[in-house]
Design a protein around this ligand. Structure first.
Ligand code: F3S
Length: 69
């Protein structure tokens, strides 16, 4: 599972960061600091909750084929 972030669309609500601070770090100005990442195993639902928390919908979850364990 991957997260894609439309960084320019971020207006600094910081709700993603409230839900999952380790996955959605903010920059010094309070905007999302990342443009995307591969979700660490076991953190999929946290990543999804963080994405859903953003009112601007700038965080997109992209399902990738299951990786071998
Ligand atoms: Fe930005 Fe949305 Fe998070 S506006 S700081 S990506 S909640």
């Amino acid at each position: 599972m991957k997260v894609l972030i439309n960084k320019p669309g971020c207006v600094g609500h910081a709700r993603c960061n409230n839900v999952a601070p380790a996955l959605y770090p903010l920059d010094d100005n309070g905007y999302i600091a990342s443009t995307g990442f591969s979700v660490p195993q076991g953190q999929e639902s946290l990543a999804q909750r963080g994405a859903r928390a953003c009112p601007e919908r700038v965080i997109e979850i992209r399902d990738t084929p299951a990786e071998p364990r």
